[in-house]
Design a protein around this ligand. Structure first.
Ligand code: 2BA
Length: 107
């Protein structure tokens, strides 16, 4: 058995969780914070059989693809007035760890 820890953006957390649950994976969501950006993200814990790990990672990847989005930048002073310019940012993606499970019990 394996334990999958997947760190995803909060924006993708609900669709990742829903897609995994639909495919009968048991999922626990933890509200976590990235050490670098100090922004909230979500860590999914999934315990599953060895032969299902690739399928599970495929689902996570499909629902958290790295993509670019246009967002308003913070206002800057330009041409005599404050203006906010749209900028392209990378969002999404997943950081995934797969661990061996020594023992698994439900009491
Ligand atoms: P990612 O590498 O996609 O990482 C997204 C989040 O996944 C991280 O949030 C962190 O919560 C987790 N994570 C990634 N690698 C990990 C690892 N080896 N062990 C434990 N958790 C891990 P943040 O720490 O807030 O990082 C956000 C983004 O900032 C990262 O995206 C990366 O592009 C960049 N970054 C992170 N650390 C950096 C550093 N020391 N120098 C430059 N850029 C950094």
């Amino acid at each position: 058995m394996k334990l999958i820890l997947a760190i995803v953006s909060n924006d993708d957390a609900s669709s990742v969780s829903a897609a995994l649950t639909k495919e009968n994976y048991s999922v626990t969501r933890l509200a976590t914070t990235g050490g670098f950006l100090r922004a909230g993200n979500t860590t999914m814990i999934v315990g599953t059989e060895d032969d299902k790990v690739d399928h599970c990672i495929e689902i996570i990847g499909n629902e958290s693809k790295r993509r670019t989005e246009i967002v308003p930048s913070t206002a800057s002073y330009d041409i005599g007035r404050y203006a906010s310019f749209p900028v392209e940012v990378q969002v999404g993606g997943a950081t995934i760890f797969v661990l061996n499970v020594e023992d698994f019990r439900k009491l």
